[in-house]
Structures are given as structure tokens and as C-alpha cells.
Design a binder for this molecule. Structure first.
Ligand code: ACO
Length: 344
């Protein structure tokens, strides 16, 4: 049975845009080998597999090795995408790394990735939009492709969240995991690629998810360490409420801009933070369960890496084929949110 060709509007064309479009040439991901199960967490903090599974949908997550840093995870994911796309390091013009767990606060992790890949021609910088970072990165990269500034751009979401998780805090330690996903952006003739991206933020709610110390407000001292201020703190309940509303609005806005209905979308990929959030957003958007991709059970919340990893798995498993329409919807600390529609 042949799938009918979807009809949609490229919002950029609507605005008289006659320039280049931007496509994702290839994706790749890397997950560290060490698996941390809910059962192991039961032995670390007062929790249970049953609580974690029913409240979040997470069964296990991956942990990077002690000597494996965010730049290493990012490099491995980039190499996977470059291999699939047939792209050499010398072809890369720009590397954007989205992360809240850089190897160091200075320099940018993207520069370390540039060195590890040997991508000596590439400019490199990091962006910090927490779990929304990868979609923010796609939109930033797209602007450089459309303006003909660069030909080939690597956008990477990478996190070693195990380095900022308080392993004594059951409210957060059960939620997060390490990993990385990467996409190569290029203009592909005759392809629409990224049709639209919506980005938003609300700094009023910045203290719902934050790392209190280690920056200019509270430089690291023995006291900040004693207070556990260098760890990620989150008001889960309030975050949950904001997440569902912001993600639904962002997803609906992206569809509206492209004059698409949810039934035309082959695959909806939400930020993988909580199964209940994913289900609520999918339901409010009117998506059928089989349209919504979930891999949170295996990896937990990998923040900026989350939808990049999910996109790679959806493509690799055949859930997404060339020509399919994909909706990405993300949400994170900041607060930030973003959505994108891609013609794969
Ligand atoms: N095991 C057992 N009990 C627990 C655990 C645990 N791991 N964690 C919390 N509890 C307890 C709480 O202490 C509380 O007990 P109390 O009622 O006696 O005080 C009870 O369970 C209920 O806690 P809630 O916080 O109300 O649980 P909730 O159903 O809201 O689930 C969760 C918590 C999973 C954190 C959820 O709120 C959530 O997923 N929030 C959104 C997170 C998110 O989307 N983050 C995205 C951005 S992350 C980023 O940008 C880096």
C-alpha cells in the first residue's frame, strides 16, 4: 500500500522565502555501556522499581564511565552520524553542542569535540537551553544553512547528567541518564527538510530546575558543596504542569504554521522526561499512541540528548522513512521549550 503524499505548507515559502532549505542528512547516537537499573537504585535510595515505573515510565538508564566525558559521548554520536552521512571531518563548517553538563565551564565542549573529530575547519560553540537544546540547535544551524554561511553543520545534544545528579536525592537521581545524539545539517536539493521551528522561554520560572552553585552567583566553595548546591535541583510537580502546557502549545503552533493536522505526522518525538508527560502531550495533540515514539524506559531523561537519541532510534528502526513528517517537541530548564516539523 502506498502512503498518500502529504500536503503541507512550508511556512518559509509562505513568507516569500526563496533561498535554500535545510535538511537533516544523517543522525547518529551513542549510549554509554553501563546500565543502571531501577533495582540498583532501590539499593541506593528509598525508592522502588514500582514507584519509578508508574510515576515516570523509566526502567533503566545509562551511565558514562568515570573517564568518559560529555565531549567523548558527543564525539561518538557525531562519528556515527558522519559515517551514515558519508561526511568527512574536513567537510564540517560548524559544530554546535547543546548541553548542561559541559566538560568544563570554559572552554566550550564543542571545541573539544572539534579537536577529537579533527574537524579543523569548523567553528564551534555550545548552547545552553537544557532539554530544549537540541531543537534550539537545529534552528540555529538551519539559519546558517539557509543564509549560505555554511554548507555542513553538526548539531549535537550530549549530556553526562550523572555528574550533576545528587545520588542521595530520590526526587531526582532516578530520573536522569547519560548519552548523546547528533545530526548533520545540509541543504538537500528537492527536499523541504526543516519546515518550521518554534522556540520559547520563561525565565520567571528559572528556579524550577537549576544548579544553584558553580556560576557567578554562587562560585564553588566548601559551603556550596556542603549544601549540595552543585547538584541539579528540581521542583518536579510544578515542572510537570508547565511541561505539559508548554509542550502542547509548542507542538500545536508548529502544526498550525505548516497547515498540518496531527494525522499527517508519521512520528511525534517528545522530550523523554516522563511517560505521563509524553502521553498527556500526545493525547492533547490528538496523536494516536502508535504515532508517539518512546525510548525513555531504556535511557531516562538525557536532557539535550533526549530527542536526538530518539530521532536516531526512530530512523534506524524504520519508524521514520524519507518523506515522512516528524514533529519534535521539547521542554526543559529555563524554562525553555521548542518544537520543529521536519520532512524527513
Ligand atoms: N521513590 C519513591 N518516592 C518518591 C521518589 C522516588 N524516587 N521521588 C519522590 N518520591 C515521593 C515524594 O517524596 C512524595 O512523597 P510525599 O507525598 O510523602 O511528599 C511523593 O513521592 C510524590 O512526589 P511528587 O513529586 O508529587 O511525584 P510526582 O508524581 O509529581 O512525580 C516526578 C515526580 C517524576 C519528578 C514528576 O513530577 C516529573 O516527571 N516532573 C517533570 C520533570 C521534567 O519534565 N523535567 C524536564 C526538564 S529536566 C531538565 O531540563 C534538565
Amino acid at each position: 500500500m502506498t502512503t498518500p503524499t502529504p500536503t503541507f505548507t512550508n511556512p518559509r515559502a509562505q513568507h516569500g522565502f526563496k533561498g535554500r532549505t535545510c535538511s537533516i542528512l544523517a543522525v547518529g547516537s551513542y549510549m554509554p555501556a553501563r546500565v543502571l537499573t531501577n533495582q540498583e537504585l532501590e539499593r541506593r535510595v528509598q525508592t522502588s522499581d514500582e514507584w519509578i515505573t508508574t510515576r515516570t515510565g523509566i526502567k533503566e538508564r545509562r551511565l558514562a564511565a568515570d573517564d568518559e566525558y560529555t565531549s567523548d559521548l558527543a564525539t561518538r554520536a557525531a562519528e556515527a552520524a558522519m559515517k551514515r552521512g558519508g561526511i568527512a571531518a574536513s567537510q564540517i563548517d560548524l559544530i554546535i553542542v547543546a548541553t548542561i553538563t559541559p566538560d568544563m565551564s570554559c572552554p566550550a565542549t564543542a571545541c573539544l569535540v572539534q579537536q577529537k573529530l579533527g574537524a579543523t575547519r569548523a567553528a564551534a560553540f555550545d548552547i545552553e537551553a537544557a532539554c530544549s537544546g537540541f531543537v534550539y540547535g537545529l534552528e540555529i544551524g538551519q539559519q546558517f544553512i539557509m543564509s549560505r554561511t555554511y554548507e555542513t553543520i553538526l548539531v549535537i545534544g550530549a549530556e553526562k547528567l550523572s555528574s550533576v545528579v545528587n545520588w542521595n536525592d530520590r526526587n531526582t537521581c532516578v530520573l536522569f541518564g547519560d548519552g548523546a545524539g547528533a545530526a548533520i545539517l545540509q541543504h538537500r536539493p528537492a527536499a523541504h527538510g526543516l519546515l518550521t521551528a518554534c522556540m520559547g522561554a520563561n525565565g520567571e520560572k528559572s528556579e524550577l530546575i537549576y544548579v544553584p552553585a558553580g556560576g557567578s552567583r554562587n562560585p564553588a566553595t566548601a559551603e556550596t558543596v556542603a549544601r549540595a548546591w552543585h547538584y541539579l535541583h528540581m521542583d518536579g510537580k510544578e515542572t510537570f504542569k508547565s511541561a505539559v502546557t508548554a509542550m502542547y502549545n509548542a507542538g500545536a503552533e508548529a502544526l498550525r504554521r505548516c497547515k498540518l493536522t496531527i494525522s499527517q505526522i508519521k512520528c511525534v518525538i517528545c522530550h523523554q522526561a516522563n511517560r505521563r508527560i509524553i502521553d498527556a502531550v500526545g493525547e492533547r495533540l490528538g496523536a494516536r499512541p502508535e504515532q508517539v515514539f518512546v525510548n525513555l524506559d531504556k535511557y531516562g531523561n538525557t536532557s539535550a540528548a533526549s530527542v536526538a537519541i530518539a530521532l536516531d532510534e526512530a530512523v534506524e528502526s524504520g519508524r521514520i522513512q524519507r518523506g515522512d513528517l516528524v514533529l519534535l517537541v521539547v521542554f526543559g530548564a529555563g524554562l525553555t521549550w521548542a518544537s520543529a516539523v521536519i520532512e524527513w
